[in-house]
Every structure is written in C-alpha cells, then in structure tokens.
Design a protein around this ligand. Structure first.
Ligand code: ME8
Length: 650
C-alpha cells in the first residue's frame, strides 16, 4: 500500500522559526495526524533549506563557518517543531550528501536529454527571494516586485532549464485536475502566471561556492537553490537509492506551503521538472494565506515577528495552564484562525479570546461540568442503561462527517467550527433538560441519560480534535478513563462508554485567563463606559487633558446596526452585528435596559473601532459603541442625516 505522503516546504535557516513557518508546519502536522487517525500509513516530511546564498551570507556576517551555522540552525528548527508537538517522519537537510547526489544526478540527466542547456544571462536578481526578474516586471526603483528589496544586476554564463517547453502541458494538467492546486484562488493565480508566458529559467549561479556544484563543469558555479531545494521531496523518498521501492511513497499526496511560493515555484517549476524526469506529479498542492500583524506584513524591522514557543509559554505563565496544553492551545488558534484564501490577522488578543472562549469556556467546561456532575450524582460511574438520545446521536454523526470533509479539504477553521457545534448542542441540551433539577426531582435515570450525552460528546471531541491538540486529546481520554484517544472511525461510535465504566476525577485543562494577567503585557480590555455586566473588569484612568495626537489614535466610525439580540443570561447586554463600511463586526453593548433589539436595528451609531477586542460572556467584542450617559442610562447618538457606513468621525 502506498503511504500518504505529506510535505512542508524546507525552511531557510537564516532565521529561527516564526508564526509563519509554524503555521505551515502545524497545518501539515494536523493533516498527517488526521490521515493517521483515519487509519492511513503516513510519511510526513519537513526539513531545512541550507544551500541558499542568503544563508551563507548570514553565517559570514556572524563570523561562523557556514556548515557549523547550518548545523546549529537545523537543530533549532528540530527542537522548535518537537516542542510544538510536530510529529514528522523525516527531517531532511539539503547539505546531506544523499540529497546532493540527487541534485547532481537530476541536473546531469536533464542536461543529457537537452532540458538543461548552457546560455548567457543578463538580468536583475533578488538575493532575498533567490529569483531573477525579467526587465518587464520591474520599474525605475530596481527593487524586487515580491519583497521590495534592492535588486542586483547579473551578467553571467549559466545553465538554463527549458521551462517554456512545458507551458502547454502544465496548463492542460491544471485544467484537467481541479484538485491539483488548492484553494481555488491559488489555482487561478497559477493559471494567470502561466498564461503570461513561461520563459526558460537560469538554474546555475556563480559568485559563491556554497551549494551543490554544477556537475562536471566546475567553472559554472553551483546549482540554483530553488532547483536544488525542490528536489528534497524526491530525495526523501529514497529515489536513486531504493530502486522502484521509492514508489511506496512517491508521488506526494499533499504538499503544503504559503501562497508566496506556490504559483511560480511549486505549481510551475516543480511539476515541469518532474515532467522532464518522467515522474508522476503530486496529487495536491495547497497554498495558505499569510499571517499579518496590525495589518502589516511581519518583518524584523517592524519588530512584529512572533516566536511560536514564546507565545505559548507566555499564555502558560499568564493562565497557569500546563505548557503542553498551552502549546496545543496555540496550535488550535493557528488552525482555527488559519488564513486559507485570504491573509489573516495574528494577534495575542485574538489568541487569548479563543483560549478563554473556545477552550476554557466551551471544551474545558463541557468536560469539567460533565465529570463533576457524574461524580456528584453517580459516584463517577456510568449509570445503568445510559444511552444517547437518537436525535443527538444523529447530530453528532452529522457534525463528525462535516469535520471529516473539512479537514480533508485542509479547511481547519470550518472543521473546528463544525466540531464546536457539538459543544453548543450539549450545552443547550443541558439547559433544556436540567439534569440538576431532574436529580432534585428524583429522576435519576433521566439525569444519567442526559449527562451521558456530555460524556459521549467529550469522547467524540477528543477524537476529532486529536490532529489539532494531541496532548489535550490524550488528557480528555485520561479523564474519561479510556485506554487511548479513539481513532476516527471509533470516535463516532455512539454509546461506546459502557455501563459501570469508572471515570477519573475532573481536572481543569484550560484555567481561565484573567484579564489583568494576559499574555505579552497587552491585557484583554474591558469595555470602559457603558459596560457594567462583564466578566472582565478593568479600571481606566484618564488624565485631565490629552493631546490632539492622543485623540487621533482613536478611530471612531459610523456603523449601521444590521442585527441585534440579547446576550443570554444578561439583562444589560445586547450583541450587535454592525456594518462598518463593508466590514462586518460584532460588539457587545450595555444598552439592553434602555433599548430593545428592534429599536436599534437599522440605526447608525458611532463606534470606536480600534479598541482591543474583549471577551464578554463568551462573545468576542470588536469595538465599543459611543452613547450619551444620562444618569447611568444610555441614549444613542445618530448622525443628523444618513451617512455611508464606515464614515470617519473627527
Ligand atoms: O520559502 N504567514 O523558505 P522560507 C504565513 N526555503 N506563512 C508564512 C509567513 C507568514 N507571515 N512568512 C513565511 C522558503 N511564511 C524556501 C522553501 S521548498 C522547496 C523551499 C511561510 O523559510 C512561507 O509562505 O522563506 C513559506 O511557506 C514558508 O513560510 C517557508 O519560508
């Protein structure tokens, strides 16, 4: 049986792992665990790209021999991935001899068959992206169209790969195989790139001897680092060493990467190289979007590059959560908010809100309250005849099928949303059935039935969330006293916990993060004025006067209220859905004693839109409405004629 082969890119080792490289690796790990859970044999590859000139340059700048530098950095990557619970099967390094042999052999073969030829090159080169750009792609500034850094003029004899020969075959393959490039937006980008016309690419470089020497032609420098790096996926299968046996792994089933390295490198050059070698192409290439921070690209100069382990550690410290569960919480956040088609904002506040909301309030609380009641009412034993109601069993099975479909499509945000519907359903069921009242009424049997739904839901969620939070899944299984985390097909077996089964004592996995103890020194803020009924409280101290520059930091906009509803169990709060110039936002406002939902829908109100998000009664509130305060009562403010939603207030 062929193994399910999953790859991440191999990472440049000139800097340490950050939340961007962690994203690709965590997505790949979750896909690998998901396939394993479903019973497939998986081969999961990651590694480091060490032959790049920029890696050599950084080593030189630090005064360290390059080999020593890459050895140390590869270790940094391996340690970071292990700490993030990444369970790869092979870690490849492009400085390994067996990889260099593959690069030389491929280069030789393609040169012999005429796919690689010698020519001369004049053009603009970006060292940071390791890419040449045609003059038509650059402007006066002579900066890189991708990363903006200055380009260098190069004039050299070099080898070319006949990429142009593969243009129509590539286009045909992409059109005939809709699953080949995902998501759809990347497929369209790639077709757009190919339709502009492909030119042959230079695949050797002079100027530095760090890398794989061009075979049999020592004066021609080294093999272009992308040509070298892409071949790692082949090296890792044992191609060249294992005869036909490498076909137990080849071709890759799923190659994951960020959007920047998909259209040109992985969806054009890479399949063209494989076509030239006569090898089957990967089944599926998936390119996720980017994390942005404060609406900007991450960069060292902006100081907004986050290290994944530090983020997890600071949550563990602030919440008093054990580190393995804080790491899993970080993995959950990465996957729940994962940029798929578009880019997505990474923020510590967003992480904290997901932690308190989805993990402490929802998942953790479901397990904890269910086990607590089982112990209080049934001495921690599953009572006789406990079975899941048929309606809930159907709902659980349907949600599990949706999660499976979404995870298969690498759509973790959707999959996790679907999984969390199970928690919502059990909470509603508890509220309706009120097992605590049933107990008071002496209806012990029915109370046992109701709580059994919570146990089955927790068991199912443990199974479904294992790819995302492997240590948490193990802890859920331990508290339920199961011998292991159920695999995918087993997790959906309802009524699988037998009568008389003994449960462990509950132990909180995700202690709530208190607002004054949040991560990174940026507390989750409470709403300062109209909000009096929140779980979060904070004191705002205002000096007597502020400068105009301080005032300018407040972004106040006119929003149109699209929908309003009371916040459950609160007499004071309304949840408002707003249109702020085409962007939808949710805020929680303390106006329920003064206005009904119907009275506010359709109204235009001023909203402070750059307030840090706050978690209020389990709802992430993304801004604060402004209203007049008359003896503690809120009075809405409106513009004196209708204005476009999103208009600024000055
Ligand atoms: O490109 N958000 O390596 P690399 C999301 N060595 N993903 C991000 C990101 C961000 N802010 N920043 C970077 C290379 N990434 C080559 C690969 S494979 C044969 C050779 C992602 O270390 C980026 O999109 O520069 C890419 O997938 C990955 O990090 C590796 O980046």
């Amino acid at each position: 049986m062929k193994r399910y082969y999953i790859t991440t890119p191999i990472y440049y080792v000139n800097s340490a792992p950050h939340i961007g490289t962690a994203l690709t690796t965590i997505v790949a790990d979750a896909c690998a665990r998901f396939q394993k859970q479903r019973g497939r044999e998986v081969y999961f590859l990651t590694g480091t790209d060490e032959n790049a000139p920029k890696v050599h340059r950084v080593a030189q700048e630090r005064g360290v021999p390059t080999q020593q530098f890459v050895d140390e950095m590869a270790e940094v990557f391996e340690r970071a991935w292990r700490a993030l619970h990444i369970e790869y099967d092979i870690f490849i390094r492009t400085t390994e001899e067996r990889h260099k042999r593959v690069v030389s052999e491929v280069f030789r073969r393609l040169r012999e068959q005429g796919d690689i030829y010698k020519g001369s090159y004049q053009g603009w080169y970006c060292i940071s992206c390791e890419t040449f750009f045609a003059s038509s792609k650059i402007d006066e500034s002579k900066t890189c169209p991708d990363c903006g850094k200055p380009l260098e003029w190069r004039d050299e004899l070099c080898y070319y790969f006949r990429l142009s020969d593969y243009e129509s075959r590539l286009r045909e393959h992409i059109l005939a195989n809709p699953q080949f490039i995902q998501p759809e937006v990347r497929r369209n980008e790639t077709l757009g790139f190919i339709n502009e016309g492909l030119q042959d690419i230079a695949v050797s470089r002079t100027g530095s001897d760090w890398g794989v020497p061009v075979p049999d032609d020592p004066n021609s420098g080294v093999v272009y680092v992308w040509f070298d790096a892409l071949l790692n996926y082949l090296t890792a299968t044992g191609w060249l060493e294992r005869g036909e046996a490498y076909l137990d792994t080849w071709p890759p089933d799923l190659q994951l990467m960020g959007k920047d390295i998909l259209p040109r490198f992985h969806a054009t050059i890479w399949p063209a190289m494989l076509m030239a070698l006569g090898l089957p192409l990967p089944e599926r290439l998936y390119g996720h979007g980017w994390w942005i921070v404060n609406k900007q690209k991450m960069s060292k100069s902006l100081g907004n590059v986050y290290a994944p382990l530090e983020v997890a550690q600071s949550l563990a410290d602030a919440a008093g959560c054990e580190l393995p569960y804080a790491v899993d919480a970080f993995r959950y956040y990465m996957l729940r908010e994962m940029p798929t088609d578009a880019d997505a904002e990474f923020s510590l506040e967003g992480f904290e809100a997901r932690y308190n909301g989805d993990l402490a309030n929802d998942l953790g609380n479901l397990l904890h309250r269910t086990l607590s009641m089982m112990h209080r009412y049934f001495e921690g034993r599953v009572p006789d005849g406990a079975r899941l109601d048929a309606e809930l069993a159907d709902l659980f099975a349907q949600q599990a099928a949706r999660v499976t479909e979404a995870f298969e499509a690498v759509d973790f945000p959707r999959g996790l949303r679907e999984a969390w519907q199970i928690i919502g359903a059990v909470n509603r069921y508890y509220d309706e059935q009120a097992p605590w009242t049933l107990m008071k009424q002496g209806n012990t049997e029915r109370a046992g039935q109701v709580l059994y739904a919570g146990l089955i839901a927790a068991r199912l969620l443990g199974g479904l969330s294992e790819p995302v939070m492997p240590q948490v899944a193990r802890e859920i299984a331990r508290q339920l006293n199961l011998s292991s985390v159920p695999c995918w097909s087993d997790a959906v077996v309802m009524n699988a916990i037998p009568t008389g089964h003994i449960l462990q004592e509950p132990k909180p996995i995700f202690p709530r993060l208190q607002p004054q103890r949040s991560t990174g020194g940026t507390p989750v803020q409470a709403q300062p004025t109209l909000e009096r009924d929140t779980q979060a409280t904070a004191t705002i101290t205002m000096p007597d006067t502020i400068t105009i520059d301080e005032f300018k930091r407040l972004q106040i906009r006119i929003a149109t209220v699209k929908a309003a509803e009371p916040v459950p169990k609160s007499t004071k709060l309304l949840k408002l859905t707003l249109d702020v110039g085409g962007e939808e936002r949710t805020i929680v406002a303390g106006i329920a004693e003064d206005y009904t939902p119907e009275q506010v829908v359709g109204k235009q109100i001023p909203v402070l839109v750059n307030l840090q998000p706050a978690l209020i009664r389990g709802i992430v509130s993304e801004g604060m409405m402004l209203a007049a305060d008359v003896d503690g009562k809120a009075v809405l403010l409106h513009p004196d004629r209708e204005v476009p939603s999103g208009s600024g207030v000055r």
